[in-house]
Write a protein that binds this ligand. Structure first.
Ligand code: HEC
Ligand code: HEC
Length: 303
């Protein structure tokens, strides 16, 4: 306890001295950029209870996991029930370290494991947008997670084993476009969180990122997003990937559903064409002048 106190005081001083470098968080451009960061981050998928007509970002969405059901908190600008009283630094700490302003550890049902890769600028802008979200004075339900998985201190061990908080590192041998795609997939858009297998403790299997997950906590079969493992996706061209992520349709004419449906509505369907092309560059196969239509023919003829 006292150790924590000491540590957070230390961090606070360190952050106060560096805060001069941060762009002002209440200008209009930051808010606009922050709205887009929210979209690429898919916050709405987990923090807006659309099924029950919940208000924007007021939480209460149930997330089933092998360890129990987590309910997302209210992240509106309400000062008591939301995060309206948080400083930008406290917000960044939560998103990149998985630690709340009172020093407790978050469960990784909150994908801070990917958000840790987000740039400081994106997070500052995101907080500027969240500050404009209408306050909702309502608490979200408590998690329905049994002992011992409900013990936040246990997350310290989990984090030591499975949480890599190192920032995103661009690969200088690759193009800017490829790196932007890598940032989105591994950072804010957290595609890796669903599309990778996990070990029995819920940690990502980092040797097999994006290799797919035959049975997700919600009972879904999640396909591989690798480009060279013979999976269905490995045959998608860049154009197929852009189109699929925008419209939710595969080259075979199937519609993507389940939790990917939410991702398409709240995340990829709202991305700029440029960002979708970046993801395609990072994940997909170069076009070689193929069109999505010619791929449909190809897959129907079984080649
Ligand atoms: C996959 C679901 C999921 C997504 C996507 C998600 N969150 Fe969360 N978030 C959670 C869960 C679950 C918690 C609660 C964690 C806990 O109690 O330990 C949480 C907690 C938080 C908290 C802490 C709130 C508090 O009161 O302590 C913040 C802040 C937050 N999320 C912001 C965001 C933002 C911003 C985004 C989008 C960039 C986002 N979340 C996307 C599931 C999600
Ligand atoms: C919340 C979990 C989740 C997240 C996050 C997620 N996906 Fe998916 N994804 C799925 C599921 C489930 C399917 C299977 C949908 C179906 O079969 O209807 C899928 C399917 C896909 C497919 C179709 C592949 C095929 O072979 O048919 C692509 C492409 C894809 N996702 C890309 C992405 C990208 C890119 C991201 C990040 C921007 C992402 N996904 C994030 C759950 C997720």
């Amino acid at each position: 306890m006292s150790k924590y106190f000491y540590l957070s005081g230390f961090v606070a001083v360190a952050l106060m001295t560096s805060s001069h470098a941060i762009a002002s968080s209440n200008d209009e451009d930051a808010v606009k950029r922050g709205k887009y960061v929210m979209d690429i981050g898919g916050c709405v998928s987990c923090h807006t209870d659309k099924k029950n007509k919940g208000k924007e970002l007021a939480g209460g969405v149930g997330l089933p996991t092998p360890f129990g059901t987590f309910y997302t908190p209210n992240i509106t600008s309400d000062k008591e029930f939301g995060i309206g009283s948080w400083s930008t630094e406290q917000f960044i700490e939560a998103m990149t370290q998985g630690v709340s302003p009172d020093g407790s550890h978050y469960f990784p049902a909150f994908p801070y494991t990917s958000y840790a890769k987000m740039t400081r600028q994106d997070l500052v802008d995101l907080k500027a947008y969240l500050d404009t979200v209408k306050p909702v004075a309502k608490a979200a339900p408590d998690h329905d997670v049994p002992f011992p998985f409900n013990v936040r201190e246990g997350m310290m061990v989990w984090k030591a084993l499975f949480f890599d908080d190192s920032p995103f590192k661009p690969d200088p041998s690759k193009s800017e476009k490829w790196n932007r795609g890598s940032y989105l997939v591994n950072g804010p858009s957290h595609c890796v969180e669903c599309h990778s297998p996990r070990n029995f403790m819920g940690g990502l299997d980092t040797d097999n990122l994006l290799a797919g997950e035959p049975k997700s906590p919600e009972g879904e079969k999640i396909p591989s997003l690798l480009s060279s493992d013979g999976s269905a996706f490995s045959k998608w061209s860049h154009t197929d990937t852009v189109f699929g992520l925008q419209m939710g349709m595969t080259p075979d004419g199937d519609f993507l559903g389940g939790s990917m449906g939410k991702v398409i509505v709240n995340t990829t369907g709202k991305m700029t064409e440029e960002d979708l092309k970046a993801i395609a560059t990072y994940l997909g196969k170069p076009d070689k002048k193929k069109t999505a239509a010619s791929n449909i023919e190809k897959s129907q003829s079984g080649s």
